[in-house]
Design a binder for this molecule. Sequence first.
Ligand code: ADP
Ligand code: MG
Length: 406
Amino acid sequence: MPLILITGLPTSGKSTRAAQLYDYLTERIAAESSSSSTPKFRLHLISDQSLSISRSVYDLDPAHTPAHARSANASEKDARAALYGAVKRVLSPRDIVILDTLNYIKGWRYQLYCEAKNVQTPFGLVQIGCPVARARGVNEARIRRSEQREQQQQKAGNGTTKDEPTTTTTSTTTTTAAAAGTAPKSGDLHPETYQQSHQNWQQKQFEEESTAGPDFEDVTLSPTDSQEPYTPRSNWENLVFRYEEPNPMSRWDSPLFIITWDDTSADTKATFDQIWDEVIVNKPQKLIRANKSTVQRDKDPGGDYLYVLEKETQDIVKRILEQQAEVGEGGTVRLSRSGTKEEGEEMLEVELPGKKVGLPQLQRYRRAFVALNRGGIGLEAVGTLAAGRLRESFVGYLNDAFEKEM
Ligand code: ADP
Ligand code: MG
């Protein structure tokens, strides 16, 4: 069944809510299937943790890239490929997949949306709302805890901290100057060593500043919490900076459900009920979406036909530009099929691409469509019937064209 993405800032409470959603769905599935012997759906929770993806894959700082890595973001790309593969393997009309990872890139969410569409299964997005200072506080608490653990280990006398994943990824310090907290002097060192050492010093300064600088709330970790922090702090800060907010007008960010940190269990249950109704059992009927780019043609078109062809396609271009301003990139534009918006009539939908479409581009598509259909589209009648079918056909043509664009 559906693919449900959890999205939110790093350490904002995503896994906590994902686990609650998992428990909720487990119960509902059991209740639904009690009459029959086999459960209706299978449920999967996929996360960075379930695939053993380390927090360090998100660190883009080239200074922390291990020597054997292809580039600073290669590890994140590999992580995404692993997540994608894991989703693809199980997603089917009988499997519900919860994907608990940052899901912070718009293009990535689009890719997953398309995957769900490919297997003809619904899709939904749950955003976790949490103030930045609180999320930062969670990371700080985890840093503190892991530092305390390190100290305890050292006190205990074994002194080795090599098995802490956080320290193995940041070991590029080459000189004592970098570790000492004073800026290295260029005269003392070979130029290349100096450059490296200066970079390390800057990094250290940045990390120290970000402890004291940006505000964070004092957060108490739950006793069962055992997650590693994002280190260095710049890794966490960068993820916040790179976070691409979902836009519920885009079809790959909808339906969008929001759960905040402070939501009570009753609030959360109400949202889960909504997810169950809207995404799992009763996906609201989509309005018709014309998909054919051309309709079979015959007969010699009359003069009226060419006039209608120009007029209707122009009208659609105009309305798309008008509505785009409201619905934004990736939004859905609704158009009257008849061009006159009769009471209760079916509407046509144009799904806009992920970037803004301009008049020149729309005119290019329009001219191409007109050229294709100049010969007529197999209509005996002109007038409203022809207009309706032309509009539907042009909308289908645009949907095909836009789908290739993102
Ligand atoms: P993420 O998956 O986004 O990194 P987690 O779900 O692991 O975040 O949560 C981080 C920490 O914050 C955990 O210790 C968790 O217990 C705590 N936490 C998360 N959400 C809440 C909440 N709504 N109320 C109280 N504590 C929470
Ligand atoms: Mg998590």
